[in-house]
Ligand binder design. Structure first.
Ligand SMILES: NC(=O)c1ccc[n+]([C@@H]2O[C@H](COP(=O)([O-])OP(=O)(O)OC[C@H]3O[C@@H](n4cnc5c(N)ncnc54)[C@H](O)[C@@H]3O)[C@@H](O)[C@H]2O)c1
Length: 318
C-alpha cells in the first residue's frame, strides 16, 4: 500500500524509521532541525522532501507522520499534528506526563486522527509467539513473569532509566497478561547523577493474581533483555539480546504429592517462530491502518504506559 509518510526527527532511532519507510516505498519527507544531518539524508534518499521546520511539513499534509524526537517534544509536536487532523505514530514514551497523553488521545478522537505509539516489541515475532503459547494453555495458569533490560548505557541526563528503558517492558507485560497492572511498587538508586535513577526494580500485580517485576539498569556490565514467564504447567525464557533469539520452553513444574512439593522436570524445547523485523512490521501496520482504526499500540495503550512511568517515578523518589 503506497502512502506518503513524513518522519520527524532523524536521530539515532529516527534514522531507522527513515530507512525502513524508504524500504517500504513510503518515505516522502524528513523533518530534521540539524541541517547537515538533513542534507546527508537527502543525499542518501533522493526524491525525498526535506524540512528543518515542522510547520512546513504540517502544511504539506502527508498521509502520516512518525515522530522520533526527544521525548519532551512529543507532546507539543503531537498536538500540532493532531490539531491539524493528521495521523501520527509517536515514538515511546508517548509524552512526559499522563495528562499530556490523555489530552492527545482526546484530541485525536475529536479530529478523527489516527494515533499510534511506537511500542515496537509488540510487533516482535517472538513476543507474539509467547502470547500464543500462553493462550494455548501450554504454560497452565500464569503465575508470574519478569523482564530484565540491562546494559552499559545509553545514559540519559533528563529522564530516569525506567522512563528510558521500561516502556518496552510495561507494554510487553500488559500485552502478555492481557491488561494493566492493578498494584505497583518500586525502588530505585542513583549513582552517576544527582537526579537521575540508574537502576530500578518495579513489582507489578496484574488481575487474577499474576505477579511481575521489571528490573532495568544502564549501569550493568553486559546487555540482557530477558523475559521469563512462569506458569503452573511450564515456563518460558527469551533473551532478545542473544544472537540465537531462541524461545526456550521448560517442561518443568512443582507438583504436590501428599502435601509434599515435588519437582517435575521433562526435556526442554525450543519453540520456533518466523523471524520478522519488528520496526518494519510496526511501520507497515501504521501505513495499512491510516484509513481504518489502530487496534495495536493505540493512543490509549500509550497513555497506560505513561501512567505507569509516572507512578514509578513518584514511588522511586519517595
Ligand atoms: N521504539 C524504540 O525502540 C526506540 C528506540 C530508541 C529511541 N526511541 C525513541 O525515539 C525518540 C528519539 O530518540 P533518539 O535516540 O533517536 O534521539 P536523538 O536525540 O538521537 O534524535 C532526535 C533527533 O531529532 C532532531 N530534532 C530535535 N528537535 C527537532 C525539531 N524541533 N524538529 C526537527 N528535528 C528535531 C535532533 O536534531 C535529532 O537528530 C525518543 O523518544 C526515544 O525514546 C524509541
Amino acid at each position: 500500500m503506497k502512502k506518503n509518510i513524513c518522519v520527524i526527527g532523524g536521530g539515532r532511532w529516527g534514522k531507522n524509521h527513515i530507512r525502513t519507510l524508504s524500504g517500504l516505498g513510503c518515505l516522502a519527507a524528513i523533518v530534521e532541525s540539524d541541517s547537515a544531518r538533513l542534507n546527508a539524508f537527502l543525499d542518501e534518499y533522493p526524491g525525498v522532501k526535506g524540512y528543518t521546520d515542522v510547520e512546513e511539513a504540517i502544511a504539506a499534509r502527508y498521509d502520516g507522520y512518525t515522530v522520533a524526537l526527544p521525548a519532551e517534544l512529543h507532546y507539543p509536536i503531537g498536538k500540532k499534528l493532531l490539531e491539524s487532523g493528521l495521523h501520527v505514530l509517536m515514538e515511546k514514551p508517548m509524552t512526559l506526563t499522563s495528562a499530556q497523553s490523555r489530552e492527545l488521545v482526546e484530541l485525536a478522537g475529536r479530529t478523527s486522527s489516527r494515533l499510534m505509539v511506537g511500542h515496537v516489541l509488540l510487533f516482535h515475532p517472538a513476543y507474539r509467539k509467547i502470547k500464543e503459547v500462553i493462550e494455548s494453555g501450554k504454560l497452565g495458569k500464569l503465575f508470574y513473569l519478569y523482564s530484565n533490560r540491562l546494559n552499559l548505557g545509553t545514559v540519559r541526563t533528563e529522564e530516569s532509566v525506567f522512563s528510558s528503558f521500561a516502556p518496552h517492558d510495561i507494554s510487553i507485560l500488559d500485552y502478555l497478561t492481557g491488561g494493566a497492572a492493578v498494584k505497583i511498587e518500586a525502588r530505585g538508586a542513583k549513582f552517576l547523577q544527582d537526579k537521575v535513577f540508574d537502576t530500578t526494580l518495579t513489582q507489578l500485580e496484574y488481575p487474577h493474581h499474576v505477579h511481575a517485576h521489571i528490573y532495568v539498569s544502564w549501569l550493568h556490565p553486559y546487555k540482557q533483555q530477558l523475559l521469563v514467564v512462569v506458569g503452573s504447567k511450564g515456563m518460558i525464557s527469551f533473551d532478545d539480546s542473544t544472537s540465537e533469539k531462541e524461545i526456550h520452553f521448560y517442561n518443568k513444574r512443582i507438583d504436590f504429592e501428599n502435601g509434599v512439593p515435588v519437582k517435575v522436570e521433562n526435556p526442554d524445547e525450543i519453540i520456533p517462530y518466523e523471524p520478522k523485523m519488528p520496526l518494519e512490521e510496526e511501520l507497515k501496520y501504521f501505513v495499512e491502518h491510516l484509513d481504518t482504526a489502530i487496534g495495536i499500540n493505540d493512543g490509549a495503550a500509550g497513555y497506560e504506559v505513561v501512567k505507569v512511568l509516572e507512578t514509578v517515578q513518584k514511588l522511586v523518589e519517595k
